[in-house]
Every structure is written in structure tokens, then in C-alpha cells.
Design a protein around this ligand. Structure first.
Ligand code: PLP
Length: 409
């Protein structure tokens, strides 16, 4: 029999969400009558909106006609969608040819690692969305888990803590790194300011690094001063790739559509444009996003679609406000619980001083029948935190919050 890919063997088994599901299932088995509410995962819950549904269903109907049928499309995406992403979402800071439509940000984050291979250094925010690190381990850019249990060999973790305003010390970035940076951030809910992103871009350029900027949650930004894209920053076109998604703005978590921007100016050390290799890569190992999904995404970018996006993201932000309020109740205040995020992002990040994340996860599951996400699962700096997700039906979020009010701390 063939040997197992040693890089896959390097992955530690406990990918966060399966572990949460396991504990939830064990609790449900032991308490079959308990109604459990999840504020745990980042999966959307509200139905697709009418105008976007029309975009999807018109596309399906068209595919059922001789004249309207199309098979494989351009692997880089439908031309009108690429143009609309560039103009509507980026105000023409990028061009249509720099936008590559995909089946989602997560998939592209995995594929981007092929651009740089196993020898690239990797720097990540700590805590971080797990795919940046796990993808790096899979491609061999990171080694086995450290004996301390806090991370992997070969990854430079950049702690984002309450003390540094969730913006890391950039001097930790080694030369020639892939820097994964997510804003609005999953899990902390923090959004980097323009000045912070300028410092990040300057550091990337000074170290010959490339930023992989994940803006999957940009539609939740309400503060007009906060940047929605790395390309709002001077110099970013020379050092940054941006990955993004229709999953959270319009509920396409199951429909699947996202995009990646690779600017023309971005080049490898030998001068080859990164864009050329990205085009080669996606046309080789990816056959394009579903044409139906792309039609829905296109509908979301006209006036009606944008109004629906706003309404949908407002809905989740209202949930986040309710969660923030619940975590400010006297029982939490007395225990010194600190609350972050949730105003320009769908996640509320709460610190429980002196407690472990998994201990608080179990406690809240046991006492309140509410599932959260342990911060420690996102990286060593997430210890003592829990992430509360605002993706849920409003009534259920209200019920979960009324249960939290009774938590003994
Ligand atoms: N990036 C971040 C930061 C996320 O939190 C998620 C999903 O939770 C994704 C990307 C995945 O996006 P997609 O559904 O487009 O693959």
C-alpha cells in the first residue's frame, strides 16, 4: 500500500469544528430532551433573498433551453461578474481582469499555497481562521505540531490581543513570508484601521512578503472610516492578494461563490507576474464556479441585490448587538468578562479571565445548552476567549441570551 503523505500526518486531529460537534453530540446523547442552541459556527441561517433567488432561478431556467444552455465557462469567471465585482465592490481600485471568480474563499486560500510552495515562510494572526495554518501544513510550508501543543513548527504566530488592540507586532514577520491577515477578523471581530493596514503593507514590502488579505466579512463594516479592502491602501497592489466571498453577505455558504484579486503589479522575486501563475493554476486544477451561483452573485451586485445584502447583514449585526448586551449582564460583569467585536463584524469575542476556553465552552453547554466556539481552537492567543457567532435566527439568539443571563460564573 502507498505511504501516507507525511504532511497530512503532521496535522493534529482536532480540527476545531469536528471537536465541537463531538462534544455537542455527546451532550445531546446524555440529555436527549435538551434543546441546544448554537452560537458556535459561522454558518449562515437566513434564507436567500428574493432578488438573488430570481438571479439564480432565471439562470436555471435559461440552462433548460437550447439557446440558453452553456457548459464549461471561463475558469476565471463570467466576464460581467468580474467587471461588477471590480466596479461595485472595489470602486475600480482593481480591474475586471484582476478578479478571479471562485467557488469560495476557503478553496482559494488552499489553492493560493501552490503559488509559493513548501519553502515560503508563513506568518499568521493568532488567533486565526484555521485554514491558513492547516493549509500551510498540508503543503509542507509548516512542519509538525510543536511539543508545547501551541501551534506548528515554521509558522510565525502574531498574537492579536486586547492589549495590542488586536493588531499584531509586525516585527515578528520573517523575510519573504506569506502573511495571512483577516479583517474584519474571524474570530476576534476586530477591523484594522487604514493606518494599521498601511503599516502592514509597508512591512510586507520591506520584507519582500505577500499579504493574503481575507475580506470575507467586509459587508459587515458599518464605520465608513474602516477599510473594506487592502487595495484602499497605497502600495498594496505590489504586495497583496485579496480573497473574498459571497458566503456571508448573501448567504451563499451552500451555493458557493467567491473571488480572489491578484493585481497586475504583484510579482515573484524573479519578476514573473503572480497573476500569470494564478491564471495557470486555476485553469488547471479548478474548472470554474457554478454558472448558476455566478448568476446569483451577479444579481446581488445590482441596486436591489445590494439593498438585500445590507438588510441581511443588518439582521446578523442586530443579533451581535443582542449578544454583546447579554454578555454585559451583571453575572458576566462581576466575573470581569471583557467583550470585543460584534459592531463591524458578525462575531463577538469574549474573554473570561482566569478560565480556559474549553472549560467555559463545556460550562455554557452544560448550564445553558448553548454552543459557543472555544477561542483556544483558533490559536494560542485565543485561550480564555469564547467566540459567539451572530449567525442564527433572531428568536433563537434571544432565547440563548436569556439562558446566558442565568449562567453562574
Ligand atoms: N474566510 C474566513 C475568515 C471565514 O471565516 C470563512 C468561513 O467561515 C471563509 C473564509 C470561507 O469562505 P467561503 O464560504 O467563501 O469558502
Amino acid at each position: 500500500m502507498l505511504n501516507r503523505n507525511p504532511r497530512l500526518a503532521n496535522l493534529t486531529s482536532g480540527y476545531l469544528f469536528p471537536e465541537i460537534a463531538k462534544r455537542r453530540a455527546a451532550y445531546a446523547k446524555a440529555h436527549p430532551d435538551a434543546s441546544i442552541i448554537s452560537l458556535g459556527i459561522g454558518n449562515t441561517t437566513e434564507p436567500l433573498t428574493p432578488h438573488v433567488v430570481r438571479g439564480l432561478s432565471d439562470s436555471v431556467a435559461k440552462l433548460g433551453t437550447k439557446e440558453g444552455y452553456s457548459g464549461y465557462g471561463d475558469e476565471t469567471g463570467l466576464a460581467p461578474l468580474r467587471a461588477k465585482i471590480a466596479s461595485v465592490l472595489y470602486g475600480d481600485l482593481v480591474t475586471a481582469e484582476e478578479v478571479f471568480v471562485s467557488d469560495g474563499a476557503k478553496c482559494d486560500i488552499g489553492r493560493i499555497q501552490y503559488l509559493f510552495g513548501p519553502d515560503a515562510a508563513v506568518a499568521v494572526q493568532d488567533p486565526a481562521y484555521p485554514v491558513y495554518v492547516d493549509g500551510s501544513v498540508m503543503i509542507g510550508a509548516a512542519g509538525p505540531a510543536l511539543a508545547s501543543g501551541s501551534g506548528y513548527e515554521g509558522i510565525s504566530y502574531m498574537p492579536c490581543t486586547a492589549e495590542n488592540g488586536f493588531f499584531p507586532d509586525l516585527s515578528a514577520i520573517p523575510p519573504k513570508s506569506i502573511i495571512y491577515f483577516c479583517s474584519p477578523n474571524n474570530p476576534t471581530g476586530a477591523v484594522a484601521t487604514k493606518a494599521e493596514l498601511k503599516a502592514l503593507v509597508d512591512r510586507a514590502r520591506a520584507t519582500g512578503s505577500v499579504i493574503v488579505f481575507d475580506s470575507a466579512y467586509s459587508a459587515f463594516i458599518r464605520d465608513p472610516e474602516l477599510p473594506r479592502s487592502i487595495y484602499e491602501i497605497d502600495g498594496a497592489r505590489e504586495c497583496a492578494i485579496e480573497v473574498s466571498s459571497f458566503s456571508k453577505p448573501i448567504g451563499f455558504t451552500g451555493v458557493r461563490c467567491g473571488w480572489t484579486v491578484v493585481p497586475r503589479e504583484l510579482a515573484f522575486a524573479d519578476g514573473t507576474p503572480v497573476m500569470n501563475d494564478w491564471a495557470r493554476l486555476v485553469t488547471t486544477i479548478f474548472n470554474g464556479a457554478s454558472n448558476i451561483a455566478q448568476a446569483g452573485a451577479l444579481a446581488s451586485l445590482d441596486a436591489e441585490g445590494l439593498a438585500e445584502t445590507r438588510e441581511l447583514t443588518d439582521y446578523y449585526l442586530r443579533n451581535a448587538a443582542v449578544i454583546r448586551e447579554a454578555l454585559s449582564a451583571p453575572n458576566f460583569r462581576a466575573a470581569g468578562v471583557e467583550i470585543y467585536g460584534g459592531d463591524n463584524a458578525p462575531y463577538v469575542w469574549a474573554r473570561f479571565p482566569g478560565r480556559k476556553s474549553w472549560e467555559m465552552f463545556d460550562r455554557i453547554l452544560d448550564e445553558c445548552r448553548v454552543v459557543t466556539t472555544p477561542g483556544a481552537g483558533f490559536g494560542p492567543a485565543g485561550e480564555s476567549f469564547l467566540r459567539f457567532s451572530s449567525f442564527g435566527h433572531h428568536e433563537q439568539v434571544l432565547e440563548a441570551c436569556s439562558r446566558l443571563a442565568k449562567l453562574t460564573l
